[in-house]
Design a protein around this ligand. Structure first.
Ligand SMILES: *[C@@H]1O[C@H](CO)[C@@H](O)[C@H](O)[C@H]1NC(C)=O
Ligand SMILES: *[C@@H]1O[C@H](CO)[C@@H](O)[C@H](O)[C@H]1NC(C)=O
Ligand SMILES: *[C@@H]1O[C@H](CO)[C@@H](O)[C@H](O)[C@H]1NC(C)=O
Ligand SMILES: *[C@@H]1O[C@H](CO)[C@@H](O)[C@H](O)[C@H]1NC(C)=O
Ligand SMILES: *[C@@H]1O[C@H](CO)[C@@H](O)[C@H](O)[C@H]1NC(C)=O
Length: 333
C-alpha cells in the first residue's frame, strides 16, 4: 500500500455572514469572486522545519468557492515559475518510469515559495508516528495562527473583515496528512463545525478521541477500512453524522489538482504517459473527478453551515447522483 500521508494540503471554508445562498461570503468589491494572496508571519515560534526565527505562512483566500460567482474571466498565473518547474520535473520522472509499479507520490517533497521568491522544500522524511504527530500539530498551530490573524481587525489589511469572513464558524478539509489535521482541528477547536478527509490516514491525529461533529472520509479507489488501519478506529469514534465515500478509478493523487493540470497541459495526449501516472492519479477523467469532489464537498459544507436546517441526507443524495461515487458507509446509508 502506498503511504497515505505524504501529500499535505489543507483548506478551511468559512461560513457566510451575508447570504444564505452562498456558503462562503461574497467579497465586497465589484466582482463576484476574489483571490487574495498574502503571507502571515508568526513571530511567536521558530519554523520547526527550517529553524528560521519565525514561521512564515503564505496563504490564499479565494472567495467565493463554487459556481455562484459571476464575473469577467481574467487569466491569472496558476503557480509561480519555481513551483511549476518543480512539478514539471516530478511529472517527467514519473511518466518516464511508466513500467515501474512502485511510483512514489509527487508531493512527498512538497514545495512552498514565498513572496520574495525564496523556496522551502518539504521534509520527505515525515514517516514515523512521532514525526507525523508533530507534523499534524504544526498544521494545527498554523491554522490557529491564521484564524487569529484573520479575525484581528487591526492586522495589516484586516482582510478578514474586508471579505466578511466569519472566522468564529468554519469548516475544514484536507488531503492526506491534511485530512489528519482536519480531524485534529475539529476535535481541538470549537470554531470548526465539521471536517472532511480526502484519502488521508489518521496517523498523527488523535484517532481514539470521540467527536460528535460531522465528518466525511472521501477515499480513493485504493483505500477502505480494511487496508487503512486508522480508519476503523476513527470511524468508531465518530459519534455524530458521518459518511464514507469512495471515488471510483481514483488514486491518492486524484484529490490534488494534478489530474486537471494533466489535462490542461495535454499530458494525457502523450503516448504512455497516463499508464505511468495511473498509480498516482488513477484512471478517472480529471475534470470529472474534480467536478465530483467539488459537488460532494460543497454539499457537505452547505449541510454543516446550515446548523440543522439542511439534513445530512442531502450530501448522500448528491453523492448518489454522481456516477463515479461509491457510498461505502455512513449515517442513514
Ligand atoms: C535553531 O536556532 C537556534 C538559534 O539560532 C539555535 O539555538 C538552535 O540550536 C537551532 N536548533 C536546531 C535544531 O538547529
Ligand atoms: C478494500 O480494498 C481492498 C483492496 O482494494 C479490496 O480487496 C477489498 O475488497 C476492499 N474491501 C471492501 C470492504 O470494500
Ligand atoms: C464500512 O464499515 C464497516 C464497519 O465499520 C467496515 O467493516 C467496512 O469495511 C466499511 N467499508 C469500507 C468500504 O471501508
Ligand atoms: C467503477 O468503474 C468501472 C469501470 O472502470 C465500472 O465497471 C464499475 O461498475 C464502477 N463501479 C461503480 C460502483 O460504479
Ligand atoms: C474529460 O472530461 C471532460 C469533460 O467531460 C472532457 O471535455 C474531456 O475530453 C475528457 N477527457 C478525456 C481524456 O476523455
Amino acid at each position: 500500500m502506498a503511504p497515505l500521508m505524504t501529500l499535505l494540503s489543507l483548506s478551511a471554508a468559512f461560513s457566510s455572514l451575508a447570504s444564505s445562498r452562498t456558503i462562503v461570503s461574497q467579497p465586497n468589491g465589484p466582482l463576484g469572486v476574489s483571490l487574495v494572496n498574502m503571507q502571515l508571519v508568526d513571530s511567536s515560534r521558530r519554523d520547526p522545519y527550517s529553524n528560521a526565527s519565525e514561521r512564515v505562512l503564505p496563504i490564499s483566500i479565494i472567495s467565493p468557492i463554487g459556481p455562484s460567482a459571476s464575473c469577467d474571466q481574467v487569466v491569472q498565473p496558476y503557480m509561480d515559475d519555481t513551483t511549476a518547474s518543480y512539478w514539471e520535473k516530478a511529472f517527467t520522472s514519473l511518466y518516464d518510469l511508466s513500467i515501474s509499479l512502485n511510483v512514489d507520490i509527487p508531493g512527498q517533497d512538497n514545495i512552498v515559495t514565498y513572496a520574495d521568491g525564496s523556496v522551502q522544500y518539504g521534509n520527505s522524511n515525515i514517516v514515523t508516528d512521532a514525526q507525523l504527530t508533530s507534523a499534524v500539530g504544526v498544521r494545527v498551530q498554523d491554522l490557529d495562527f491564521v484564524f487569529k490573524s484573520l479575525s484581528l481587525p487591526s492586522k495589516d489589511l484586516a482582510v478578514g473583515n474586508y471579505l466578511n469572513l466569519a472566522t468564529s464558524s468554519a469548516g475544514i478539509f484536507g488531503h492526506s496528512l491534511g485530512g489528519a489535521a482536519a480531524l485534529s482541528a475539529i476535535i481541538n477547536d470549537k470554531r470548526f463545525l465539521g471536517g472532511a478527509d480526502f484519502d488521508g490516514g489518521f496517523d498523527g491525529s488523535p484517532s481514539t478521541v470521540q467527536t460528535n461533529k460531522p465528518f466525511l472520509i472521501f477515499a480513493s479507489a485504493d483505500h477502505n477500512q480494511s487496508n487503512v488501519p486508522s480508519w476503523p478506529i476513527v470511524w468508531q469514534n465518530l459519534d455524530g453524522w458521518k459518511l464514507q465515500l469512495q471515488l471510483n478509478n481514483s488514486a491518492h493523487g486524484t484529490f490534488f489538482d494534478l489530474p486537471i493540470l494533466v489535462e490542461l497541459y495535454g499530458i494525457d495526449n502523450i503516448p504512455g504517459a497516463m499508464q505511468g501516472l495511473a498509480s498516482v492519479l488513477g484512471t478517472i477523467n480529471g475534470t470529472k473527478a474534480m467536478d465530483s469532489i467539488v459537488r460532494v464537498t460543497r454539499a457537505f459544507f452547505q449541510f454543516i453551515f446550515s446548523h440543522g436546517k439542511i439534513d445530512g441526507r442531502s450530501v448522500i443524495d448528491v453523492a448518489k447522483g454522481l456516477e463515479d461515487i461509491i457510498i461505502s458507509n455512513g449515517t442513514g446509508v
